[in-house]
Design a protein around this ligand. Structure first.
Ligand SMILES: NC(=O)c1ccc[n+]([C@@H]2O[C@H](COP(=O)([O-])OP(=O)(O)OC[C@H]3O[C@@H](n4cnc5c(N)ncnc54)[C@H](OP(=O)(O)O)[C@@H]3O)[C@@H](O)[C@H]2O)c1
Length: 305
């Protein structure tokens, strides 16, 4: 298959491009500034901005399948004229329109847990409305909604360290918000299956990793991997929101009310759709193992507990 990965030079995109190329597909990664350094030699690159239809239409139209992995991070407040609506909603509209007007049949859309047109943050609202655009299209679509994704080059663990300090740190409500992190190396084959397999057409999948971790758990793991301990002090979330929104977790880090709010929204799945890809929890990599801490952390919550 001839596959275009929009956002293919990013954290998840570069792993997916390698997976698709390994499976024998002709793969092109599209982004605004593709340098190809993070990609295997047999992956092509194309320049395009999903916000500018004319810059992507010709490239998209020539592909059998498109995977939309374009991102504007929800962890930091957007700067300049960037917005979640322009990148995630308008960008999806442009990709879908180009695909419908071209030869593309299949469209895999990366969304997020809790995405909804009336969700509480701009990121989740844009993702929710973008899902509607994809579902209303004439394309063979699949929507994937993962929890947070970790791996080399991912920003989740690094962001946790940006938010905190080693030894003693304060977190809203003691960092009780729950995540179900999934390793990028486990997620990419599922995305590749969604590209290849007719069985996934018209499906929306919620994907989580093998364990549920609180923000406090993730903070402890991140510092333990560096040989540091951390004691977490709870601060009321209302107070934290005011403080984080006003100054950011550390000076010069752009953090606003949406970012504070997103730290209060649980990011776990009710039913884990990994089974649709023939995968079970025992097959998946834990965050502890990725950080080199395997064996030390058997006490974390099972999914659903
Ligand atoms: N990482 C996670 O934990 C996580 C969790 C749930 C969902 N997701 C979703 O998964 C997808 C991939 O995330 P990621 O973490 O891999 O993101 P990422 O590392 O930030 O990569 C984003 C990619 O999008 C490209 N891009 C950004 N703006 C663009 C534009 N206007 N036009 C064309 N390309 C553009 C970037 O390249 P240029 O800057 O060169 O354009 C880059 O290739 C996103 O949809 C994200 O919302 C991620």
């Amino acid at each position: 298959m001839n596959v275009l990965v929009a956002g293919g030079t990013g954290f998840i995109g570069s792993v997916l491009c390698a997976e698709l190329a390994d499976r024998g597909h002709e793969v092109t990664a599209l982004s605004r500034t593709p340098d190809g350094d993070s990609l295997p030699d047999d992956v092509n690159v194309a320049i395009g901005d999903v916000g500018a239809y004319d810059s992507i239409a010709g490239t998209v139209a020539a592909h059998d399948a498109v995977v939309n992995l374009v991102a504007l991070s929800p962890l930091f407040q957007p700067s300049g004229d960037k917005s979640h609506e322009s990148v995630h909603l308008e960008g999806t509209r442009n990709l879908v329109r180009a695909a419908e007007e071209g030869d593309t049949q299949r469209f895999v859309q990366m969304s997020a847990l809790s995405a909804h047109p009336h969700a509480e943050t701009a990121y989740l609202r844009a993702k929710g409305r973008a899902e509607g655009v994809v579902k209303e299209s004439s394309l063979e679509w699949t929507i994937v909604r993962p929890s947070v994704v970790f791996g080399d080059g991912g920003e989740f663990v690094e962001f946790t360290k940006t938010l905190t300090t080693p030894h003693v740190t304060a977190l809203p409500d003691g960092g009780r918000t729950r995540f179900q992190p999934i390793w990028v190396g486990d997620l990419a084959p599922m995305l590749a299956d969604a590209v290849e397999d007719d069985a996934h057409v018209g499906e929306t999948y919620e994907i989580g990793g093998p364990e549920v971790l609180s923000l406090a758990d993730v903070t402890e793991l991140a510092y333990e991997a560096e040989g540091k301990s951390v004691t977490i002090l709870p601060i009321p979330s209302a107070l934290a929101n005011v403080g984080l929104s006003a100054v950011g977790p550390v000076p010069f880090v752009p953090f606003g009310p949406d970012q504070a709010r997103s730290l209060e929204i649980d990011n776990t799945v009710a039913e884990n759709d990994i089974s649709a890809f023939g995968v079970e929890d025992a097959d998946l990599t834990t965050l502890s193992a990725h950080l080199g801490l395997e064996g030390n952390h058997s006490a974390f919550h099972e999914p659903g507990s």
